[in-house]
Write a protein that binds this ligand. Structure first.
Ligand SMILES: [Zn+2]
Ligand SMILES: [Zn+2]
Length: 209
Protein backbone atom coordinates (compact mmCIF):
# COMPACT_ATOMS: atom_id res chain seq x y z
CA UNK A 1 0.00 0.00 0.00
CA UNK A 2 1.03 3.67 0.10
CA UNK A 3 3.80 5.14 2.19
CA UNK A 4 3.01 6.97 5.41
CA UNK A 5 4.36 10.48 5.95
CA UNK A 6 7.14 9.40 8.26
CA UNK A 7 8.48 6.78 5.88
CA UNK A 8 8.39 9.13 2.92
CA UNK A 9 9.61 12.73 3.42
CA UNK A 10 8.49 13.60 -0.11
CA UNK A 11 4.95 13.29 1.15
CA UNK A 12 5.28 16.56 3.08
CA UNK A 13 6.91 18.32 0.10
CA UNK A 14 4.10 17.17 -2.15
CA UNK A 15 1.51 18.53 0.27
CA UNK A 16 3.38 21.85 0.56
CA UNK A 17 3.60 22.01 -3.22
CA UNK A 18 -0.11 21.42 -3.62
CA UNK A 19 -0.92 24.15 -1.07
CA UNK A 20 0.90 26.93 -2.93
CA UNK A 21 -0.50 30.40 -3.32
CA UNK A 22 1.11 32.97 -5.63
CA UNK A 23 4.90 33.43 -5.72
CA UNK A 24 5.69 30.10 -4.14
CA UNK A 25 4.13 30.96 -0.76
CA UNK A 26 2.28 28.21 1.06
CA UNK A 27 -1.22 28.56 2.48
CA UNK A 28 -0.64 27.22 6.00
CA UNK A 29 -4.32 26.52 6.68
CA UNK A 30 -4.73 24.59 3.47
CA UNK A 31 -1.56 22.61 4.15
CA UNK A 32 -2.65 21.70 7.69
CA UNK A 33 -6.11 20.72 6.51
CA UNK A 34 -4.64 18.45 3.84
CA UNK A 35 -2.15 16.91 6.24
CA UNK A 36 -4.88 16.22 8.79
CA UNK A 37 -7.14 14.72 6.14
CA UNK A 38 -4.26 12.52 5.05
CA UNK A 39 -3.77 11.34 8.61
CA UNK A 40 -7.46 10.68 9.13
CA UNK A 41 -8.15 8.93 5.86
CA UNK A 42 -4.88 7.18 5.19
CA UNK A 43 -2.46 6.99 8.06
CA UNK A 44 -5.02 6.86 10.81
CA UNK A 45 -7.14 4.19 9.22
CA UNK A 46 -4.26 1.98 8.21
CA UNK A 47 -1.83 2.51 11.06
CA UNK A 48 -3.82 4.01 13.85
CA UNK A 49 -1.30 3.11 16.51
CA UNK A 50 1.18 5.52 14.95
CA UNK A 51 -0.87 8.68 15.19
CA UNK A 52 1.18 11.35 16.96
CA UNK A 53 1.14 15.12 17.20
CA UNK A 54 3.16 16.24 14.19
CA UNK A 55 5.37 19.28 13.68
CA UNK A 56 6.49 20.20 10.19
CA UNK A 57 9.36 22.67 9.83
CA UNK A 58 9.74 24.23 6.39
CA UNK A 59 11.97 26.87 4.84
CA UNK A 60 9.08 28.05 2.71
CA UNK A 61 7.23 31.33 3.16
CA UNK A 62 3.91 30.42 4.79
CA UNK A 63 0.85 32.64 4.95
CA UNK A 64 -2.94 32.52 4.95
CA UNK A 65 -5.58 34.35 2.97
CA UNK A 66 -5.63 37.00 5.71
CA UNK A 67 -2.05 37.16 7.01
CA UNK A 68 0.73 37.81 4.53
CA UNK A 69 3.25 35.94 6.62
CA UNK A 70 3.22 33.53 9.52
CA UNK A 71 5.92 32.23 11.82
CA UNK A 72 3.86 29.14 12.48
CA UNK A 73 0.33 27.78 12.55
CA UNK A 74 -1.44 24.95 14.33
CA UNK A 75 -4.47 23.07 13.08
CA UNK A 76 -7.75 23.74 14.81
CA UNK A 77 -9.00 20.91 17.03
CA UNK A 78 -10.45 17.97 15.16
CA UNK A 79 -13.63 16.77 16.75
CA UNK A 80 -15.02 13.94 14.68
CA UNK A 81 -13.44 11.05 12.87
CA UNK A 82 -14.65 9.48 9.63
CA UNK A 83 -17.82 7.47 10.17
CA UNK A 84 -15.93 4.18 10.12
CA UNK A 85 -14.50 5.20 13.47
CA UNK A 86 -17.42 7.13 14.85
CA UNK A 87 -17.07 5.28 18.13
CA UNK A 88 -13.86 7.22 18.69
CA UNK A 89 -14.31 10.86 19.54
CA UNK A 90 -11.16 12.72 18.72
CA UNK A 91 -10.67 16.14 20.21
CA UNK A 92 -7.10 17.05 19.55
CA UNK A 93 -4.93 19.10 17.30
CA UNK A 94 -2.89 16.96 15.00
CA UNK A 95 -0.40 19.14 13.18
CA UNK A 96 1.68 22.30 13.37
CA UNK A 97 3.72 23.96 10.67
CA UNK A 98 6.64 26.27 11.44
CA UNK A 99 8.55 28.22 8.83
CA UNK A 100 12.11 29.45 9.22
CA UNK A 101 11.60 31.84 6.30
CA UNK A 102 10.37 34.93 8.09
CA UNK A 103 12.64 34.46 11.12
CA UNK A 104 15.72 34.49 8.89
CA UNK A 105 14.40 37.37 6.83
CA UNK A 106 13.53 39.52 9.87
CA UNK A 107 16.25 38.65 12.35
CA UNK A 108 19.24 37.55 10.28
CA UNK A 109 21.80 35.78 12.45
CA UNK A 110 19.58 36.31 15.53
CA UNK A 111 16.76 34.16 14.14
CA UNK A 112 17.28 31.07 16.30
CA UNK A 113 15.97 32.23 19.70
CA UNK A 114 12.75 33.76 18.33
CA UNK A 115 12.31 30.57 16.33
CA UNK A 116 12.71 28.47 19.48
CA UNK A 117 10.22 30.72 21.29
CA UNK A 118 7.61 30.36 18.57
CA UNK A 119 8.27 26.62 18.36
CA UNK A 120 7.32 26.41 22.05
CA UNK A 121 4.31 28.62 21.30
CA UNK A 122 3.04 26.32 18.56
CA UNK A 123 3.77 23.16 20.57
CA UNK A 124 1.66 24.74 23.31
CA UNK A 125 -1.20 25.21 20.82
CA UNK A 126 -0.71 21.66 19.55
CA UNK A 127 -1.50 20.42 23.05
CA UNK A 128 -4.44 22.78 23.45
CA UNK A 129 -2.91 25.71 25.36
CA UNK A 130 -4.38 28.03 26.28
CA UNK A 131 -7.59 26.12 26.96
CA UNK A 132 -10.52 28.21 25.75
CA UNK A 133 -12.47 27.93 29.02
CA UNK A 134 -9.94 30.15 30.79
CA UNK A 135 -11.14 33.62 31.70
CA UNK A 136 -7.68 35.26 31.67
CA UNK A 137 -7.14 35.16 27.89
CA UNK A 138 -7.08 37.74 25.11
CA UNK A 139 -8.31 37.13 21.60
CA UNK A 140 -5.60 38.19 19.16
CA UNK A 141 -5.71 35.94 16.10
CA UNK A 142 -7.03 33.19 18.37
CA UNK A 143 -7.06 32.88 22.16
CA UNK A 144 -3.74 33.69 23.83
CA UNK A 145 -2.21 34.00 27.28
CA UNK A 146 -1.65 37.53 28.57
CA UNK A 147 1.41 36.64 30.65
CA UNK A 148 4.47 38.50 29.41
CA UNK A 149 6.76 35.73 30.70
CA UNK A 150 4.83 32.99 28.92
CA UNK A 151 5.50 31.71 25.39
CA UNK A 152 1.75 31.53 24.79
CA UNK A 153 1.38 35.32 24.61
CA UNK A 154 0.73 36.54 21.06
CA UNK A 155 3.59 38.34 19.30
CA UNK A 156 4.02 40.53 16.22
CA UNK A 157 0.51 41.98 16.20
CA UNK A 158 -0.64 45.47 17.17
CA UNK A 159 0.16 46.31 20.76
CA UNK A 160 2.23 43.17 21.28
CA UNK A 161 5.96 42.58 21.31
CA UNK A 162 8.04 41.56 18.36
CA UNK A 163 9.28 37.97 18.76
CA UNK A 164 12.91 39.10 19.11
CA UNK A 165 11.92 41.49 21.93
CA UNK A 166 9.65 38.90 23.55
CA UNK A 167 12.58 36.47 23.90
CA UNK A 168 13.97 38.75 26.63
CA UNK A 169 10.92 38.10 28.82
CA UNK A 170 10.68 34.31 28.49
CA UNK A 171 12.92 31.73 30.16
CA UNK A 172 13.48 29.37 27.24
CA UNK A 173 14.30 26.53 29.65
CA UNK A 174 10.84 26.97 31.19
CA UNK A 175 8.78 28.86 28.62
CA UNK A 176 5.22 28.49 29.93
CA UNK A 177 3.32 30.10 32.81
CA UNK A 178 1.81 27.67 35.35
CA UNK A 179 -1.65 27.90 33.84
CA UNK A 180 -0.47 27.17 30.28
CA UNK A 181 1.73 24.37 31.60
CA UNK A 182 -1.33 22.83 33.25
CA UNK A 183 -3.25 23.21 29.96
CA UNK A 184 -0.46 21.37 28.14
CA UNK A 185 -0.48 18.57 30.74
CA UNK A 186 -4.21 18.15 30.15
CA UNK A 187 -3.57 18.12 26.39
CA UNK A 188 -0.89 15.44 26.68
CA UNK A 189 -3.17 13.33 28.86
CA UNK A 190 -5.98 13.53 26.32
CA UNK A 191 -3.57 12.51 23.54
CA UNK A 192 -2.61 9.45 25.58
CA UNK A 193 -6.28 8.60 26.05
CA UNK A 194 -6.88 9.10 22.36
CA UNK A 195 -4.11 6.68 21.46
CA UNK A 196 -5.54 4.09 23.86
CA UNK A 197 -8.97 4.47 22.27
CA UNK A 198 -7.49 4.07 18.81
CA UNK A 199 -5.70 0.91 19.89
CA UNK A 200 -8.95 -0.44 21.26
CA UNK A 201 -10.75 0.35 18.00
CA UNK A 202 -7.90 -1.38 16.14
CA UNK A 203 -8.72 -4.53 18.05
CA UNK A 204 -12.39 -4.25 17.12
CA UNK A 205 -11.55 -3.83 13.46
CA UNK A 206 -9.53 -7.00 13.52
CA UNK A 207 -12.44 -8.83 15.10
CA UNK A 208 -14.79 -7.49 12.44
CA UNK A 209 -12.64 -8.40 9.46
ZN1 LIG B 1 -0.68 31.51 18.90
ZN1 LIG C 1 0.62 31.31 29.72
Amino acid sequence: MGHGPRENPMFIDDLLESSMLENGTVDANEFLAKLTTEFLTNKLMQKKRDLNPTIVISRRHIRTEKENFLFGATEKPIKILPSEYSSVRLEARIATILSTHHFMKSYGKNWELPFLLITYHEIGHLFGAPRSNRTDLEDLIGKHCKNRNCAMEQVNVNGKLDALEKVKYVDLDSPYCNQCLEDIRIGITSWKKLKEKLKASDGRDELQS
